[in-house]
Structures are given as C-alpha cells and as structure tokens.
Design a protein around this ligand. Structure first.
Ligand SMILES: NC(=O)c1ccc[n+]([C@@H]2O[C@H](COP(=O)([O-])OP(=O)(O)OC[C@H]3O[C@@H](n4cnc5c(N)ncnc54)[C@H](O)[C@@H]3O)[C@@H](O)[C@H]2O)c1
Length: 301
C-alpha cells in the first residue's frame, strides 16, 4: 500500500523526493528501484528512494504516510490487527518526528481509527497534523457500487462515507448521494440503495477474499489524493478520520467526518447536521471505535 501510494505521488510529481522506509532488509530499496525504472517510461522526475529502517534519511519530511504493520487475511476484521499494529504505529510515528518535527502524519495502518487516536495521543502533535485515511477510500468504493447500480460514470457521482473505517462502523450517507445534483434516492429503489450501502461497508473484505490480502490500488490512490490536497494546498473536502471535540456530538475520539485538507493538514471540520437516524448510526460507530480505543490501555507499547 505504501509503495502504491509512492507510485501515485511520483507519477503526479507531487514531491521532489519520496522516501520509502521498511523494516524488511532491502525491500523498500527494491520497490524504489523498480519504481524509478518506470520514470523514463511514465515521464516523471520525482526521485523515489528506499531505505531499511534509516529514519535519518527521512529528515525534513513534509508529509509522512504510515502504512507499516500487518494487513488482514481473508475472514479477518481490521480490528484484529490492533495488538501487532499499535506498537508498530507508535514506534514509527515517534521516529518520524525525531527527524521531521514539522511533518503532517497520515495514518493508514488498521484498525485505522484507533491507530489515528493512538498517534494523536502518543505524539502530542496539534490535532490538525494527524489525519487518518479511510473515508476517502470508502467514498470511492461507495461511488463505484452506486455507478454499477445506476449504470453511470462514477465520476458523475457525489457520495460520502463517514464514521469509522470498519465493516460495521462506516456510514455511507445514501440520503445525500447525488448523480450530478440529482438525489440517487429518487433514482434507485430503497432495496437497491441498501444493497449499495451494504456492499460498500464490506468493500475491503470483498477484495481481501478475492486477492488474499488487503487491497492496494484504491487505497494508494486515495492516500495520494490526500497528499495532493496538502502539498498543493487545494482545500479539498474529504471525509477523514480526525480528532473530534464536540463536532457531530462526539469528543475524545478520532472518527471520519468531512474536513478541508490543505497545507496545514486538516484545517476545518464541515460540521453538517445529520438527521436523527444518521446521528444514531454515527453515535453507534463512535461507541464501537471507543471500545476499540480502550484496548490500547491494555497493551504495552
Ligand atoms: N486505512 C485504509 O483505508 C487502509 C487500506 C489498505 C490497507 N490498510 C492497512 O495498511 C497496512 C498495510 O497494508 P499493506 O497491504 O501494505 O501490508 P503489507 O504487508 O504489504 O505492507 C506492510 C509493510 O510494513 C512493513 N513493516 C512492518 N513493521 C514495520 C516497522 N516497524 N517499520 C517499518 N515497516 C514495517 C512490513 O515489512 C511490510 O512491508 C495494514 O495495516 C492494512 O490493514 C489500510
């Protein structure tokens, strides 16, 4: 996933240099070399360099993306990864900041909502510099399934997934989804719309079953879109996992909500008023994520 993100960033020339860092000896070096050998074919000038656990090589990083850890296998939930990934994510975040104290950190490793919360608490960084990536990917999957149901281009759809990044915690906002401004709820039956939402929620698990591991292309493209909005200060609105302090009725939690993404990280929460059933789903999602967060205190990190 990290390599696919780097590949997207290089192809778009969003940075002068991208450093891939992995704990596995020679792995990041090999991935970087393979990518650099596409430079003359694709036509990019970004330098991609791989290092094994050498954080000094990452000094001065503007945006750091944490994808380290283990992915799920078929039949596993994202939540089952917490024991292994929590200490990895904490260690990686600490090391990044040692050499790049001003970095904006994007957390991708699962269970992402809890890993984002952990990164926020463990680093003590200002909240706007810690962003969890999940909602952009889930929204893209939502648009994919909607486009299949409507037989239309996914690019003509606006649709957002908020809440947690788990099979049961994400909330595809079907009421607000539109096809070029026309509500899709007027174009699809209730049953069809419910199926789209259900397929979206298990979108990652469907791919894991097919591929045998976690997906890479859409997660890499989604993370790249986030990086792009930061480095180009685009101020795009993406659903991201961020620290809530009363917004959407929740506090002391990191959860997916629409935010403005720019050069300062997440700059503003779009605090949209949900209807009663959406707010109830959001509260339930928060309860489940909070439950998972409570596991952190039982781990030795
Ligand atoms: N948030 C999302 O939307 C989303 C999407 C896809 C994947 N993921 C998550 O991202 C993570 C990575 O997925 P993947 O498919 O790339 O897995 P992967 O196994 O292909 O890659 C993970 C890499 O992390 C490395 N690693 C492990 N410990 C490390 C450490 N301490 N320091 C540096 N590197 C370390 C491993 O050597 C491995 O190369 C998983 O937790 C997965 O569940 C999240």
């Amino acid at each position: 996933m990290g390599a696919t993100t780097a590949d997207n960033i290089a192809r778009k020339e969003l940075a002068e240099e991208v450093i891939l860092l992995d704990i596995k000896e020679g792995f990041a070096e090999g991935k970087a070399m393979d990518m650099m050998q596409t430079a003359t074919l694709v036509g990019f000038d970004t330098k991609v360099k791989g290092v094994t656990n050498d954080y000094a090589a990452t000094a001065g990083t503007d945006v750091a993306v944490i994808t380290s850890g283990i992915p799920r296998k078929p039949g596993m939930t994202r939540e089952e990864l917490i024991g292994t990934n929590a200490s990895i994510v904490k260690g990686v975040a600490d090391n990044i900041l040692k050499y790049s104290p001003n970095a904006i950190i994007i957390v991708v490793s699962n269970p992402m909502d809890t890993m984002t919360y952990l990164a926020l608490k463990a680093t003590g960084l200002p909240k706007n510099r810690i962003i969890g990536m999940g909602g952009i990917l889930d929204s893209s999957r939502f648009k994919f399934y909607l486009s299949q149901a409507l037989n239309c281009s996914p690019n003509d759809l606006q649709a957002v997934v908020i809440g947690g990044h788990g099979d049961t915690t994400m909330i595809p906002l079907t009421r607000l989804a539109t096809l070029n401004s026309f509500p899709v709820s007027n174009l699809l039956s209730e049953e069809a719309l419910a199926k789209v939402a259900a397929d979206t929620m298990v979108g990652g698990a469907t791919l894991t079953k097919l591929i045998g591991t976690s997906a890479w292309y859409a997660p890499g493209a989604a993370t790249c879109a986030l990086v792009e909005s930061i480095v180009r200060d685009e101020k795009k609105v993406f659903p991201c996992c961020v620290s809530l302090e009363g917004e959407y009725g929740q506090s002391d939690i990191c959860l997916g909500v629409p935010v403005v993404i720019g050069k300062n990280g997440w700059e503003k929460i779009v605090d949209f008023k949900l209807n009663a059933s959406e707010q109830e789903a959001f509260n339930k999602s928060a309860d489940a994520v909070r439950n998972m967060n409570s596991v952190l205190s039982t781990l030795t990190l």
